[in-house]
Design a protein around this ligand. Sequence first.
Ligand SMILES: [Zn+2]
Length: 159
Amino acid sequence: MDPLAAAIADARAKIEICSVCGNVDTRDPCTVCADTTRDQSIIVVVENVADLWALERAGAVAGKYHVLGGTLSPLDGVGPDDLNLVGLVNRARESVVKEVVLALNATVDGQTTAYYVTDLLREVDVKVTRLAYGVPVGGELDYLDEGTLSAAIRSRTPF
Ligand SMILES: [Zn+2]
């Protein structure tokens, strides 16, 4: 057990929270923030580090991230001051940033947070977008719930 315990203690000692985006890494700024080949004009906002890693695994994001550290949830006592919102607004004000993508969960809390963030960024000169809703890749219409189907129809795009 000793090597395992030592490895865990070592990892615990090396892990830092990125002071720019809130990612978890062994360096600050994190590997993503330090990567100058990434598109500086796009910030993808995620709820937590697991969501960031999911997007990284998909190789779907060329830009930077911003980890909120949760979503607004009055029932759980999570308010705006509990999230990394000030940091996001400050980053969005940087002239290099052109777009903030809200990659938040399609849940009530996720969407409440998305509306709140959109409102916060209203006076900042930046385009705010969100992930598309709809049919999952490989999904069959017959098996989808009504909410997903109607969202897919509403957010249809030219073919
Ligand atoms: Zn970072």
